[in-house]
Design a protein around this ligand. Structure first.
Ligand code: SF4
Length: 942
């Protein structure tokens, strides 16, 4: 507790931990760390271990950047050996407010990635048929000219939808969307719908913000349905705060069908049947209501109960007391016995959870990320049900509760903003999914075919849909069809399954070789982190004046942002299209802006407090960010909805008119209170937390207007005799999708993804530990090794989605250190992939590759999954109904068989569940729901 007390500041935010930034007194967690303090970063001295017993000094220059191995944007310090100029290692940046000097295994492994002997060093152009593995070296200039010409031709022919940028992990908060806006294309596609869109929709419908930002620091009870997140996405910043809270006495419950790393640290591990979590949460809500342990005042003031009564209780008294009665009636069916049956769990868990939550009150924190929300039909309702518990306890935006993520993230941009795009791209935002959150990215092969459309230029940027997405063989069919995809440009530092079908493979920089600006909702605070190219910064400090990162990286690896600026200039060289002006130097009109100019303008003008902080160090704001790598933006505090309203709710600002009709609307300028005050409220159409969703009512989903329970496609009641549920979504803490394939340390730790099988199932099915099983889905099967474990619910099998990298060609298309060489046979839409060789030692510039001792590369199960888009959120429902049996004669480890004609059938089945636009007012989508690249309000009309 003394340690915890030392972290507290003494100013107006006295309940918050003191900033670990360079402005703060040296206290808190980093006084215990071995990280060098900033004043010694120019010359950090260590003994050279390799010289022992001689006491020889090694001198390092520490240059900050931020990690690019997940989206947490933790601060890294590159230790640059001053004698050689090379990076010796990466550690945590102690003055980064989000990560506070700590990193996960993937942060230091950045070193492997920049030294990876298999990385792509030069731009490549396809020289044989697509997918043949034949590439020749080309130049950036040639690639820029060809791609720019194609884009110009598409624009001139009015085919703006033919230009699409498809991103895996952005690693930046504004650059690409601003660029596409400048180009005038509605061409932003993302991976969100195979990732997190389901929970996001649930949160957005409640409060307008689509993610929670738990305040673990001050919490008393933590409920996690998000092990995927703690092991992968915000692994380090959240995990360290969860453990701090635990040490300070908070209790933790983890709801996960599988014994995750997070669950292993919990006081309570609850393993319900996949997709039944909403029933459990509503059972807890009922228990809180039944026992009167809920925050009536908060609900009365901040929930849209009047709209609920108007719609669902028209003849009633219209009073809050009536609402309280109705609330209990709505959830009367969720008794502990019902919950126990649905979830196949003991009935007493409901009371246990309710007691914990009631005791925590406004200091109850939770998170839901991927996990059940991303596996199941109606998964977005899990977020609605979880947040209902926060609403009932008033733990919304409170110390120790859950903030809207928008409070805890800060995104500064250049001052010149391109106008909103006046187009709507049906390949990305099809009318069948008007509430999708966000782009219907994983349906692209089906949409292109069914809508008979073509892409002129398709950029995959750090995106590997052939491997990552469900139904990867349909992606192969799409990418090899030049009538559908005119030019595929893979922007990627390393080979990927998808890049095998590229026309251009353009190597952009890894994390320490590029600029980006990021912020994340890691805690109740706001910060920005600056990713910068280490070698360029080293040379700048040495007195050089680099204006580009090209030439600073190995080979001809280029900085991505500079590539996009150059491409924008190539598309509009004379500025007549009105595009180039957004990337034109203000200092020297006519030439492209440099990144130094670009970021200097942002840091000078768009980050409150930064110029003053920089001045205290005698620095310009850009130099401050180069020097410290992060800045803690002054925090606007919690419980913001209680503040006097400064502006109309966002719905009005964004769309001109509220999207909903017939419902009470907040008075202009704020949310009215009983005493007449107008308060800021929430960014929803009513300005309140929307227990009753007018949006769902008006857009054709009246059965879902309240937080509710949807039986999943893999619920045990929906399985046929002999079927099981496959849980394919969980991560390992040491890997991130395809991004970490180029780290030898991480792959030495994790290189298999066996099938988790409960002992009772193993016995019933005749499966033994280490033997092979065939797992059959609707469209095919895969052959995997079995791991018998009690860490999974009986009747359910699990397989991590990290492994199973593959390549078609011996030397290109994938990294030998992490992928299997496969043979791909095809016949009438039927694919059979069989591994020819697994992973093994090979000689390269790195002697360690000759010491690789593991053989297996894992199995790519995603190829065998059909697309299963949730009709409301648009999220791919990852969990699968499968049949599991011992491997058949002739089956080999890693075999994958897929029939793409069956995947089309399943696509059409799920399509029938949709309720297409137009909605009210002839709109394609409610105006108030966000989009990453938001077009004009006019473009929303069908
Ligand atoms: S949590 Fe993410 S950003 Fe942080 S060190 Fe690990 S991989 Fe890097």
């Amino acid at each position: 507790m003394a340690e915890r007390e030392r972290q507290r500041g003494s100013g107006p935010e006295a309940s918050r931990p003191a900033s670990p930034g360079p402005e703060a007194p040296r206290q808190g967690p980093w006084e215990l760390s071995v990280a060098p303090p900033p004043e010694r970063w120019d010359d950090w001295v260590e003994w050279d271990a390799s010289a022992w017993p001689e006491r020889r000094e090694r001198h390092f220059q520490c240059i900050p950047t931020i990690c690019f191995n997940c989206e947490s944007a933790c601060g890294l310090l590159a230790f640059v050996d001053k004698a050689t100029g090379s990076i010796a290692r990466f550690e945590g940046n102690p003055v980064h407010p989000g990560s506070r000097g700590r990193v996960c295994a993937k942060g230091p492994a950045t070193l492997n990635q920049i030294r990876d002997p298999e990385r792509i060093l030069y731009p490549l152009r396809r020289s044989g048929p697509r997918g043949s593995g034949q590439f020749v070296r080309t130049t950036w200039q040639e690639a820029l000219q060809d791609i720019a010409e194609r884009i110009r031709a598409a624009f001139d022919a009015g085919r703006h939808d033919g230009v699409m940028y498809h991103v895996g992990r952005p690693g930046d908060d504004h650059f690409a969307t601003r660029m596409l806006q400048a180009w005038g294309v509605d061409g932003h596609n993302s991976h969100t719908n195979v990732c997190s869109s389901s929970a996001r929709l649930g949160y957005a419908l409640w409060m307008g913000a689509d993610r929670p930002s738990p305040d673990y620091h001050d919490t008393r009870f933590i409920l996690l349905l998000s092990s995927h997140l703690e092991t992968g996405h915000y692994f380090n910043p959240h995990a360290q705060r969860i453990m701090d809270a635990k040490q300070a006495g908070a209790r933790i419950a983890v709801v996960d069908t599988r014994l995750s790393n997070t669950a292993s640290h919990a006081d309570l591990w609850l393993a319900p049947w996949p997709g039944s979590e909403s029933a459990l949460l509503l059972g807890v809500a009922r228990e809180l209501l039944r026992t009167g342990r809920w925050n009536r005042d908060f609900v009365r003031r901040w929930v849209n109960w009047r709209e609920y009564l108007a719609a669902c209780d028209p003849g009633g008294t219209g009073t809050f007391e009536r609402f309280a009665e109705r609330l209990l009636e709505e959830y009367a069916a969720f008794t502990p016995e019902f919950v126990a049956e649905e979830c196949r769990m003991p009935a007493d868990v409901v009371e246990k959870l309710a007691n914990e939550i009631a005791a925590a009150g406004t200091r109850f924190a939770s998170h839901l990320w991927r996990n059940t929300a991303s596996g199941n039909l109606g998964g977005w309702q899990v977020a609605r049900c979880l947040f209902l518990l926060h609403v009932l306890t008033g733990s919304v935006g409170t110390p120790g509760g859950v903030n809207p993520n928008t409070w805890d993230k800060f995104v500064p941009k250049p001052s010149l903003e391109p106008p909103a795009v006046g187009r709507w791209n049906e390949l990305i935002w099809p009318r069948e999914y008007p509430l999708s959150h966000y782009e219907m990215s994983f349906l692209l092969p089906h949409l292109l075919r069914e809508k008979d459309r073509k892409l002129d230029v398709y950029f995959t940027r750090v995106y590997n849909p052939v491997w990552t997405n469900p139904d990867g063989c349909s992606w192969i069919e799409m990418l090899e069809d030049e009538a559908r995809v005119g030019c595929h440009v893979a922007i990627t530092p390393i080979w990927s399954e998808t890049a095998q079908w590229a026309d251009y493979v353009l190597p952009t920089g890894l994390g320490p070789e590029r600029h980006d600006l990021m912020s994340q909702e890691t805690h109740a605070g706001t910060w920005i982190g600056f990713r910068q190219p280490i070698e360029r910064e080293r040379r700048r400090r040495a007195g050089e004046t680099p204006t580009t990162t090209l030439g600073m990286n190995p080979g001809e690896v280029w900085e991505e942002a500079e590539f996009w600026i150059a491409l924008t200039h190539a598309i509009d060289p004379d500025g007549k299209r009105g595009i180039f002006r957004y990337y034109e130097s203000k200092r020297e009109p006519g030439r492209p802006v440099t990144l130094d100019e670009y970021y200097a303008e942002i840091f000078d003008k768009a980050v409150p407090g930064l110029p003053e902080a920089a001045a205290r160090h005698g620095l310009q704001p850009l130099d401050y960010m180069r020097r410290f790598g992060a800045f803690e933006v002054p925090y606007a505090g919690q419980e913001r909805y209680e503040k006097e309203s400064a502006a109309p709710p966002a719905t009005r600002a964004a769309g001109g008119k509220p999207a909903t009709g017939g419902m009470a609307q907040p008075a202009a300028g704020g949310v009215p209170q009983d005493d007449g005050a107008l308060l800021a409220g929430f960014k929803t159409p009513t300005g309140r937390l929307e227990f009753y969703s007018p949006t769902l009512a008006e857009w054709g989903f009246p059965e879902h207007v309240l937080p509710g329970y949807v039986r999943s496609q893999v619920h045990w009641r929906n399985l046929e005799e002999g079927e099981m549920t496959l849980l394919p979504t969980f991560r390992l803490p040491t890997l991130v999708h395809t991004r970490t394939g180029n780290s030898k340390w991480l792959h030495e730790i994790s290189h298999t993804n066996p099938l988790w099988v409960h002992p009772t199932d193993a016995e019933r099915l005749g499966l033994r530990n280490g033997e092979l099983a065939r797992v059959t889905t609707r469209i095919g099967y895969f052959v995997q090794r079995v791991w018998v474990t009690e860490g999974i619910h009986p009747g359910v099998v699990g397989c991590s989605h990290h492994m199973g990298r593959w390549r078609l060609h011996r030397e290109v298309g994938g990294e030998k250190q992490c992928s299997a060489l496969v043979e791909m046979k095809r016949e009438n839409g039927r694919f059979l992939l069989r591994q020819k060789t697994g992973v093994g030692p090979f000689s390269s510039a790195d002697p360690d590759t000759s010491r690789i001792w593991w053989q297996e590369a894992g199995v790519c199960q995603n190829l065998t999954f059909p697309v299963q888009p949730d009709p409301v959120s648009g999220m791919h429902c990852w969990h699968q109904k499968v049949r599991v049996a011992p491997a058949a004669p002739g089956d080999r480890y890693g075999d994958i068989c897929v029939d793409t004609s069956k995947s089309r059938e399943v696509y059409r089945e799920w399509l029938k569940l949709t309720r297409p636009a137009p909605g009210p007012g002839g709109l394609r989508r409610p105006l108030w729901l966000n989009r990453p690249l938001r077009p004009t309000a006019e473009a929303y009309r069908c």
